[in-house]
Each structure stands twice: as C-alpha cells, then as structure tokens.
Design a protein around this ligand. Structure first.
Ligand code: SF4
Ligand code: MG
Length: 334
C-alpha cells in the first residue's frame, strides 16, 4: 500500500543573528493510512519544525526548507503547492492540534462557530448541516450536552475540555491525517490519559492517520503503532512501538526509556536522566550528534556521522549508531 505521507530528505534551517540553525537535517519517514506514528525527542530536536513543515507553517523568512526536500501527501508534492492550494489542504485534509488550546482557540467566537467554520469554508456545507456535524463531533470527543455547549466560549471550558474541542475542530472535516503537537503537555496526568484515549478512539472510528509529537515517550504507548526518535534534527531510531520499548538499539532511545517511570519501579529506585545538553545546531558536530552525552562513544563516533541501519530480524526497526555497524566492531570506548 502506498504511504499516505512520504517525507524524503527533508532539511530545514533558520537564520538567526549568529548564523544558520540546521533545525532538521535530512530526515525521511512515512506514515501509512490509518497508522499512528509518534515523533519523540527533547525540545529542540526538530519535532515541531517537522510538523510545521508538513503544514507549510514555518515562518519564511527566517526559516526555509532546503532544496532536495520532498513532502508527498496522498501522492501530491506539498512543497510545490501555492499558498492558496495549501490552504485547502490545511484543516481539510490535514488537521492539526497544538499544545495550548487556550491560545489556539479564538476567545471571541463560540466553540460551535469554530467547529463549523472549516466545514462551511472547506466543504461548502450549509449552516444547518455544519451545526449537526459540530454536535456530532462534540459528542464524539466526549463533551456532554453538546447542543448547549456549542453556544459557549473557550473560557467556559476546562483545559481538558478545551483540548477535546480542539480535537473536534481538527477532525470535523474528516481529514486523513491529524498532526498533534504535544497535545497533552499542558494538562495534568489523568486528563492527559483521557485525551489520548479520545484520540485513539477517534482514530479507530474515523480511520485517521495520526502523527503525535511529544517529548514524553510515556504517553505514546497507548496510542501509537510506530515510534520515530529524533535527536538534534535527525532521526536516530525508528521502529514499531514494541521494538522501541522492548528492544531499543540507540543509546539515546535507551536513555529516554531509563528516564521514564515504570510500573514495576521500586520505591527508592531513581529515574536516570540523560545528562548534558544537545549540540548547537549552528555548528552541528561532524560525527554522531549524541557523542558528547553518550556513555558508549567510540573514536569513530567523534568525526563520522552514522547512517541509519536496519536492525537484524526486524522489518521496520532502524537506528543510527556506530555500535550497530559491523566494521566499527572492535572499536573501544573513548
Ligand atoms: Fe554513542 Fe557512538 Fe552510537 Fe553515537 S554512534 S550513539 S556516540 S555509540
Ligand atoms: Mg515543540
């Protein structure tokens, strides 16, 4: 089956006062129809820039998508579309939800009007039909008394309810892809779990593909089929959720997992954070970007950047680490 979304050799930079920040450096990945993929990494790893590039929402200038990059959605090269054509894709074919529902919702419009807006604009449906659909959507995301809630404003909803409204808006036009950028980061843990459930249920019901962007590997387990781990603007590992959780290969992925609380955690067993900070992307290291923080770094890692290699015995797992390259075997840690 052809992938719904095909990102190939995507590189994105930002111009800042002190130089060019290479925010994304040659990443490639796919999302298939009906699949939920998580993009995980620390802040600054390039996750949000990836999402914004797919939506063509990166401010340009100061940012630009480099020549040779390709983002194909449903067979269509998004990077060749005019802004007008892109507006028909946004909200209609690709929906997006952001971290902070308070700033993404319009405080001066009722929630109903905001759900109906896209339907009327993109799909040309009547006001009556749009209202029916808005009620149906609020119902689907689990908001009680949808008909009366429709007339209310964002400030009349709690944080969790506002994020449900955002999901209703994003999915009202039945897009084939939903991009959720840290959708639960601003919410407390129980509400986070509820919102993730809502997203998963809707994905099953509507067969929407999802890209879930998060810094927290812990939230992806329930929702996602596949995980992409980003570090310093590159993909360092990808695989099915189970491959990543049960058999991580990249030292950074292993570090992320060690820093997560576990169910079988002993009371006094500490979580181990990943020490250090990511490299400066104005002058990214010539070798492995994780080198300065990696306990297993070898001489080869310093000057040479490892490519992604297939993990033996898996059809989907790949990681970019010299430990996995046969000819680097025998190297000693530095
Ligand atoms: Fe560590 Fe080297 Fe692997 Fe990078 S390539 S993660 S420095 S072992
Ligand atoms: Mg971000």
């Amino acid at each position: 089956m052809k992938p719904l979304l095909e990102v190939k050799n995507l590189s994105v930079s930002f111009q800042v006062y002190s130089g060019e920040v290479q925010a994304i450096r040659d990443i490639s990945f796919e999302v298939r129809k009906g699949e939920a993929v998580a993009i995980v990494g620390e802040s600054g790893s390039g996750k949000s820039v990836t999402a914004q590039s797919i939506m063509r929402l990166n401010p340009s200038p100061p940012s630009w998508i480099k020549p040779g990059s390709s983002i194909k959605f449903d067979g269509m090269e998004l990077l060749n579309l005019s802004e007008k054509e892109m507006q028909k894709v946004r909200g209609n074919k690709i929906g997006m939800i952001f971290q902070d529902p308070m700033t993404s919702l319009n405080p001066t419009l009722t929630v109903g009007d905001q759900i109906m807006e896209g339907l009327i604009k993109h799909q040309g449906v009547s006001k009556g039909k749009a209202r029916e659909r808005a009620i149906e959507m609020l119902n689907l995301v689990g908001i009680p008394n949808p008909a009366s809630r429709l007339k209310q404003y964002a400030h009349q909803f709690s944080g969790g309810m506002r994020q449900r409204v955002m999901i209703a808006i994003a999915l009202a036009c039945n897009p084939s892809l939903l991009i959720a950028d840290e959708p639960t980061t601003a919410l407390d843990v129980t509400i986070q779990a509820q919102i993730m459930r809502v997203m998963k249920d809707l994905q099953n019901k509507l067969d929407t593909s999802i890209i879930l962007i998060t810094h927290d590997l812990g939230v992806v387990a329930d929702v996602c089929d596949r995980v992409i781990v980003m570090y310093a603007g590159k993909i360092v590992e990808q695989g099915t959720k189970w491959e990543i959780f049960k058999n991580p290969q990249h030292p950074y992925t292993k570090g992320l997992l060690r820093s997560l609380p576990r169910l079988d955690q002993k009371k006094d067993e500490p979580l181990i954070p990943i020490f250090g900070t990511p490299p400066d992307l104005i002058k990214p290291p010539a070798g492995c970007s994780f080198c300065a923080r990696c306990d297993e770094a070898m001489e080869v890692c310093v000057a040479n950047s490892p490519d992604l290699v297939d993990i033996e015995g898996s059809e989907s797992q790949r990681a970019a680490c010299w430990l996995l390259h046969p000819y680097a075997k025998g190297e000693v840690p530095v």
